[in-house]
Design a protein around this ligand. Structure first.
Ligand code: ZN
Length: 225
């Protein structure tokens, strides 16, 4: 009796508040299958200096941009789960002993209530069966919004912003997780902090890269082939 009442209540709630796709508004799912199918794989690209390798899943198209916007700014936390699932459906894990999310500064964490990179890393940890290491790496300086800074300015802005705070050394092979990368300066700064504390290999996993792929590198590759 209680369970049938519960089901009825859930159906009523679904009718009143049907879940809508954060991208196209279709009823049924927070990130619908049609929008998910329009995600465009990111072409393989050399990792920035300081990283062994980098897995960027998709080009920063409308679907990814709006989905990440819903996650970060509308605080639709469950979106992290759907995006991490979409990534894990298509990609096998790079080699690593632990997943470490790029940390937020404590002020930003208090503002948003959660770290989107940690939400992604938690789900990837379940899917890939790689331990999640969410303590140790700390962002001690608030680097503010990097969006309007050029490559050089980004590098000096985040250099030294991170450190390893645990008395135990960090894992030997780390997979850093972030939502979007641009120049990769933040990931490189995290990798520096980890290496200083004893990590040997650092690879990175991100949903998307918010600029066009490096054309010059692609041209060089096609000349070499
Ligand atoms: Zn949709």
């Amino acid at each position: 009796m209680i369970s049938s009442l519960q089901r009825l209540l859930e159906q009523l709630l679904d009718l009143i508040y049907p879940e809508r796709c954060a991208v196209c508004g279709t009823t049924g799912s927070l990130f619908c299958a049609a929008c998910c199918s329009r995600l465009t794989p990111y072409p393989p690209e050399a990792a920035p200096m300081g990283l062994e390798a980098m897995l960027v899943a998709w080009l920063y198209g409308d679907e990814v941009r709006q989905a990440i916007h819903a996650l970060k700014y509308q605080r639709r936390r469950r979106m992290a789960l759907l995006l991490a699932d979409a990534l894990a459906d298509d990609w096998s894990p790079p080699p690593g002993d632990a997943l470490i999310p790029v940390p937020l500064h404590p002020d930003r964490l208090a503002e948003r209530g959660f770290n989107q990179a940690e939400e992604l890393a938690r789900r990837l940890s379940q899917r890939w069966r790689i331990p999640l290491c969410r303590q140790g790496l700390i962002r001690e300086r608030d680097t503010g919004h990097q969006a309007r800074l050029g490559r050089r300015a980004r590098q000096s802005n985040v250099a030294g912003a991170f450190f390893w705070s645990d008395h135990r050394p960090p894992p030997e092979r780390v997979l850093l997780v972030d939502d979007v990368l641009t120049t990769g300066a933040t990931l490189v700064a995290c990798a520096d902090a980890l290496r200083r504390a004893g990590t040997h290999e650092v690879r990175a996993v991100a949903l998307a890269r918010s600029r066009a792929p490096n054309r010059r590198a692609q041209r060089t590759m096609s000349v070499l082939q």
